[in-house]
Design a protein around this ligand. Structure first.
Ligand code: HEC
Length: 298
C-alpha cells in the first residue's frame, strides 16, 4: 500500500513537473505565431539568434533589444517560469525591474499560461549565447524606469474593440483575435501611439507613421481605400504566407522579417483566422504616410 502511494505521488510529481516545463515543439509554433521574435536578433549586424543587441529606433531614442537566450549570465537562463510569465505579462523582470513597453508585453499579457510556458521551453531549447546587453540610448524621461508603473497605470491594459454580435461566437474569429492581439502583437506596430508611447486605442490597427525602426506600418483596418478594404480574406492570408500584396508588390523591413521567421510558418487555418478577425474590426478612415506625420493625426 505504501509502495503504491509512493508510486502515485511520484507519478503525480512527474506529471506536474512535465507540465511546468512546457512543450518546446508547441513552443516553436507559438514563437512563429509571435512573429519569430526578430527584434531580438541583430540580423543586419550578423548577431547570434535571440542574443539581442538589435537597435530599435523609436521617437524616444534607440532601445537595444536584450539577450533572450538561456545563457545564465547575460540572457534569461536563470529565470523561473514565474519570472518569465511576469516579464511577458506585466513587464516586470526579476528583482522588480520594470521593462520598457518597446517590448510588447501589453499584447503578450493576453497569452495563456500554457502557451507562455511552451514558448519559454522553446527559447530554453535554443543555443545559449553569451552576449551582454547594451544600454539603451533614450532621452529622459523615457529612459527612466521609475515612472514606468505610472505609465502602465495610464496605458494598460491593451484595449481591443469588442466583436460585432454576429461574429462573437465564431471560433475562427476568436482564434484570429488571439493570434492578432496576444501572439502576433500586430497592434504594437500597426496602432499609432500617443506622446507617451501608449497605444491610441481608438485608432486600433489604423496605421502608424512612426513604427519600430522608424518604419511606416500601414492601416490594416477594413477601411476602403485607406486600409485593407479592397483586399479579400484570401489576399490577407496570402500576404501572411508569402509577403506579397494583391498588387504584386512585396512587403519590406520588419513585416517581411516577421513573415519569413514567423507568420509565414502558421497553418493555413490560422492565417485564415487572422484574416477573418481583421474583417471584423472597426474600419478607420486614416491615410498614413511618412510626410503626413502629425498633420494626418486624428
Ligand atoms: C514589428 C512590427 C510589425 C508587426 C508586429 C506586424 N506588422 Fe504588419 N507591417 C509592418 C510594416 C512596417 C509594414 C509595411 C511594410 C512595407 O510597406 O513594406 C507592414 C505591412 C503589413 C500589411 C500590408 C498592408 C499594406 O497595405 O501594404 C499587412 C496586411 C500587415 N502588415 C498585417 C499584419 C498583421 C496581421 C500582423 C499581426 C499578425 C502584423 N502585420 C504585425 C510592421 C509590423
Amino acid at each position: 500500500m505504501r509502495l503504491f502511494a509512493c508510486l502515485l505521488l511520484f507519478a503525480l510529481f512527474a506529471s506536474v513537473s512535465a507540465l511546468a516545463e512546457g512543450d518546446a515543439t508547441r513552443g516553436e509554433y507559438l514563437y512563429r505565431a509571435a512573429g519569430g521574435c526578430g527584434c531580438h536578433t541583430d540580423r543586419a549586424g550578423g548577431g547570434a539568434e535571440l542574443a539581442g543587441g538589435r537597435a530599435m529606433k523609436t521617437p524616444f531614442g534607440t532601445f537595444y533589444s536584450t539577450n533572450i537566450t538561456a545563457d545564465a549570465e547575460t540572457g534569461i537562463g536563470r529565470w523561473s517560469d514565474e519570472d518569465f510569465i511576469a516579464a511577458m505579462t506585466r513587464g516586470v523582470a526579476p528583482h522588480g525591474r520594470h521593462l520598457f513597453p518597446v517590448f510588447p508585453y501589453p499584447s503578450f499579457a493576453g497569452m495563456t499560461r500554457a502557451d507562455l510556458l511552451d514558448l519559454k521551453a522553446y527559447l530554453f531549447a535554443q543555443p545559449a549565447v553569451r552576449q551582454p546587453n547594451r544600454p539603451h540610448e533614450v532621452w529622459p524621461p523615457f529612459g527612466w524606469r521609475w515612472p514606468l508603473p505610472v505609465w502602465k497605470w495610464l496605458n494598460l491594459p491593451l484595449s481591443v474593440p469588442t466583436l460585432p454580435p454576429a461574429r462573437r461566437d465564431d471560433p475562427l474569429v476568436a482564434r484570429g483575435s488571439y493570434l492578432v492581439n496576444a501572439l502576433g502583437h500586430c497592434a504594437e506596430c500597426h496602432t499609432p501611439r500617443n506622446l507617451m508611447g501608449g497605444l491610441r486605442n481608438g485608432l486600433f490597427l489604423a496605421g502608424s507613421s512612426d513604427g519600430p525602426e522608424g518604419e511606416l506600418a500601414p492601416n490594416i483596418t477594413p477601411h476602403k481605400p485607406t486600409g485593407l478594404g479592397g483586399w479579400s480574406a484570401r489576399d490577407i492570408t496570402w500576404l501572411l504566407e508569402s509577403g506579397f500584396k494583391p498588387d504584386g508588390d512585396d512587403v519590406q523591413g520588419l513585416m517581411a522579417e516577421s513573415i519569413e521567421h514567423g507568420y509565414g510558418h502558421l497553418t493555413l487555418q490560422d492565417r485564415d483566422a487572422i484574416a477573418a478577425y481583421l474583417g471584423t474590426i472597426p474600419a478607420v478612415d486614416r491615410k498614413v504616410s511618412k510626410s503626413s506625420k502629425n498633420k494626418g493625426r486624428k
